[in-house]
Design a protein around this ligand. Sequence first.
Ligand code: ADP
Ligand code: MG
Length: 466
Amino acid sequence: MKQKALVVDDEKLIRWSLKENLGKSGYEVVEAEKGSDAIKAFSEALPDIVLLDVNLPDMSGIDVLRSIKGIDKDVPVIIITAFGNIQTAVDAMKFGAYDFIEKPFEIEKLNIVMDKALENAFLRREVSRYKALTGDYGFEHIIGNSPKMQEMKRVIKKISQSNATTVLLEGETGTGKDLIARVIHNQSNRAHKSFVDVNCAALPENLIESELFGYERGAFTGASNGKKGLFELSNGGTIYLDEIGDMNYDLQAKLLKVIDSKTFRRLGGTTEIMTDVRIIAATNRDLQAKIKAGTFREDLYWRLKVIPLTMPPLRERGEDILLISQKFIERFDLEFKKQAKGLSPETRKLFLAYRWPGNVRELKNVIERAMILENEEYITPDYLPVEIVQAAEAKASQPKPCEELGITIPEGGVDIENIEKELLKKALMMAKGNQSKAARLLNLGRDAFRYRIQKFGLDSESQGEA
Ligand SMILES: Nc1ncnc2c1ncn2[C@@H]1O[C@H](COP(=O)(O)OP(=O)(O)O)[C@@H](O)[C@H]1O
Ligand SMILES: [Mg+2]
């Protein structure tokens, strides 16, 4: 396949000569004369390589470079610079240009630079493809600096370096259990072996069993060939048993046996097969309650809980909420080609006050949705789900406890009627005599308020409808 090159230069002669020569070297050439045309041509043609003159009539070459890199960060860009204008070229390198070449240039030299640039880009793409395939789950993927998350990361590091074969991850939905399981695997000496993800709630019981243990030929009708199970296939690696709380009671006993003896039998099999696999079990259920109800085995629970890890809910992670939001915004900026910078002050307040029952998953969804709909630089409450906005309103309108109001009872005691009267007067004063407002300040209904001000003879001090 032909490689595509975009040539950006305002000098017609240069464009013409490059087109001729690169054409001979086997390139398909797209041209642009101005910066704005270059960006447009780039996003339409998605070339494999760009030759960019930094002195353009309409905009700075650096800005063109940055826009191009924003569309495809791995594309090699070679700067063409006039003799004696090295500084701009050096600046361009800082913004991700691959190399520069001075005018007038020899076409052989340019060809060599272009070959090298393309090879380099190819390797970079291979690396990112490989990372995407294996899932590049490093510690840096776990965002959060709150004390709880710092402690969490410390324990995770320890676990991944240890030989312990069972880990129990507890925590509400969306708190990052899957993420942590993958990080533990990827940071352990098991990383080069497989990570197998099994959702115990999603598969029917008999299927989970044959998936995990495999079966011998003829083990059941339809088993015309034997099959290896996941415990066999993930030997040396990690099995992630998600929603372990939903695992069938009998299967729990079999799992316990695998953990204890590090051996198992295929369904219908008679030989014990050895396996060395780390089991990371996760649940958002209260396993203690399930033990009491007789649906979860206590012995398995304690066996799994050798290393327990409880993910804190997002609402207990303080400013991590803002930090994680910021990272998601940056990620979606790239994905949706947007330029959002962060949360508006109002949104920050709402986010910190909200309970986040769906935790990080919910936060991610909220930001994704807001960024699709919002065109402001900062995410305003306009496109937030109503429950987030309403939760803050409800919280604000809730009566505050005594300490917060600075109310104390003196040694000699107080007359509660008198205090009630004082509160009514104060509320009327604050509401400038408006009864409806005063009633709202005291969280009283219209009749209750009326009754009270009449009782204390305060109705003359106010006006209007309550
Ligand atoms: N601390 C974190 N930093 C960054 N992303 C996170 C964090 N915790 C969770 N996520 C992301 O939130 C989403 C839900 O997390 P997940 O691990 O699936 O939760 P769980 O398994 O507990 O339901 C995923 O997209 C995950 O990558
Ligand atoms: Mg999960």
